[in-house]
Write a protein that binds this ligand. Sequence first.
Ligand code: IPE
Ligand code: IPE
Ligand code: MG
Length: 254
Amino acid sequence: MEKQENLLAQINKAQLPAHIAIIMDGNGRWAEEKGQERLYGHFHGVESVRNIVEGAAELGIGYLTLYAFSTENWDRPQQEVDGLMALLVDTIRKEVPVLNKNNIRLHVIGDMNMLPSFAYKELQEALQLTAANTGLNLIMALSYSSRWELVNAVKNIGKDVAAGVLQAEHITAETLQQYLTTSEFPDPELMIRTSGEYRISNFLLYQLAYAELYFTNTRWPDFRKENLYEAIIDFQARERRFGKTGQQIQAETT
Ligand code: IPE
Ligand code: IPE
Ligand code: MG
């Protein structure tokens, strides 16, 4: 607890990342290392979700995106997929009152057509029940992949061009941004991946263009507020240059 307080005190509250995105990885290995089934790891991963959502809300972070299930994850053994879907529905059902109490608005990005109907229904309900909240925006990436999203965006742009709603020569980076599932959200400034894997795994490829990437060996079920604080402290020590030189950036900030 003392360590946590110590870390918290090191965070500059005036320079928080507006949007943090997390690839919550390592549940399966965490469980296997304990001689348990992979689903046991997913169950414990929910504890980390609670803790990190609370931590982000307390700090006053505007947007938190959690990568919970990729379109590629549908190819896992059926038993694991079913277990994850059941866990998802159960968790959402239990958490809605907590989200409302903490003024947290739930969003979801991903291919909802792939979800079993019971999960889809539960999710829609939760979205509605939290829609009026104005605090933290909690974005669950569920059945999400960036290539799916980009293909979808291109399809819709194509349709609008064909319908005469949009002119091809007027397409800008902002136009494309408006066709993404994340059109309402700023780009993530900090992307965290747990469990010692150093890859993006089809997550927000376009939106992460200038995000600071932070990798930790900690498995997701062990990830807690203090780990989040460490990532933010690391983020705040970086010089974000956006293509400019360090000297230019220093001149701008002094
Ligand atoms: C992340 O943990 C959760 C999901 C992808 C649903 P994993 O299940 O990928 O755990 P590892 O990477 O196999 O340890
Ligand atoms: C990425 O984790 C997806 C989620 C965390 C939901 P994976 O464990 O599926 O990624 P890979 O397959 O190791 O790249
Ligand atoms: Mg994994």
